[in-house]
Ligand binder design. Structure first.
Ligand code: C2E
Ligand code: CA
Ligand code: CA
Ligand code: CA
Length: 279
């Protein structure tokens, strides 16, 4: 009846208000997170088929004043919608450059590379290129050890501008990897025009390949495409020795996933690296 409907509507409205209130509060807190030193970077190793570690990917975490650690799925969308991602992304880069600087002082770690995620929203920011250049310069690191990752879906719109910015950043010395490859519908023609050196094959292909033979052939073809184009291929989400063997058989030479290590704080990464063969 009408009374029940009204009650239901009022309920939905109340939930919506709580939600948007929480959202606003979180946006305000995220705005202060950089200044308050709440942005942390965790590192997940990348490993070659030989077992030698080639480097790591920097992955953002948000350490709330309560001590709670948030993974990006809880706040990256919010950061992108509010354009706070520009400031936050640069903070991740700053910390990543400090890590590279630290690695460069030790002959054992000086050849390790570090990958940093760049949001498509950051690429729309006119000051990105100059900000990145000054962070690299101030850190005094070798930019060729730095790799930027852009999700393939970022290429869906405004390709010309995106490519222009990618090229401008490439000319500072960094290289590009295409993230979540295979999920973004970019054409092979577009791929050829991009300043990209590596394809990161989305983990969904690997999951399917362990279940289905046709999916295994598809994964093989994706790896072949990267080879034909002179790109290196990294498989994401490698969780089992069987998956690693399958990938090696298909010609893939770079891996990342829980089989090797989870993302971890810098100090833990260094303890982990101490036990690994390095380049
Ligand atoms: P991504 O770039 O595809 O990063 C890989 C994600 O997969 C990470 O999640 C990682 O923890 C997870 N992962 C790694 N190995 C495995 C595995 O073997 N199995 C499974 N199931 N998952 C694995 P995380 O750290 O939660 O990051 C999620 C996403 O957030 C990233 O996906 C990336 O798109 C975004 N992100 C992370 N850091 C940044 C950043 O600094 N800036 C921007 N713009 N985005 C970021
Ligand atoms: Ca990534
Ligand atoms: Ca990815
Ligand atoms: Ca992803």
């Amino acid at each position: 009846n009408a009374a029940t409907s009204m009650l239901l509507l009022a309920g939905i409205f109340a939930i919506y208000r709580i939600d948007s209130g929480k959202r606003l509060r979180m946006e305000r807190e995220l705005g202060r997170a950089v200044r308050n030193g709440e942005i942390e970077v965790h590192y997940q190793p990348q490993v070659r088929y030989s077992g030698i570690v080639s480097g790591a990917e920097a992955l953002i975490r948000w350490r709330r004043p309560s001590g709670e650690l948030l993974t990006p799925d809880a706040f990256i969308d919010l950061a992108e919608e509010s354009t706070l991602i520009s400031e936050i992304g640069l903070e991740v880069l700053r910390q990543a450059c400090q890590t590279l600087k630290h690695w460069s002082s030790d002959p054992r770690t000086q050849a390790l590379r570090l990958a940093v995620n760049i949001s498509p929203v950051q690429l729309l920011d006119d000051s990105l290129v100059s900000s990145v250049s000054s962070i690299i310069r101030e850190a005094g690191i070798d930019p060729t050890l730095l790799e930027f990752e852009l999700t393939e879906s970022a290429l869906a719109a405004g390709t010309a501008m995106v490519i222009e910015r990618m090229e401008a950043l490439e000319s500072t010395g960094v290289s590009w990897a295409l993230d979540d490859f295979g999920t973004g519908y970019s054409s092979l023609a577009t791929l050829r025009t991009l300043p990209v050196r590596k394809l990161k094959i989305d983990r969904h292909f690997l999951i399917e390949a362990t279940r289905q033979e046709s999916a295994q052939r598809l994964l093989g073809k994706i790896i072949e495409i990267s080879q034909v184009m002179g790109l290196s291929a990294l498989a994401e989400g490698v969780e089992t020795p069987d998956q690693r063997e399958l990938l090696i058989g298909l010609g893939c030479d770079h891996f990342q996933g829980y089989l090797f290590a989870q993302p971890m704080p810098r100090r833990e990464l260094h303890a982990w690296l101490d036990m690994q063969p390095l380049p």
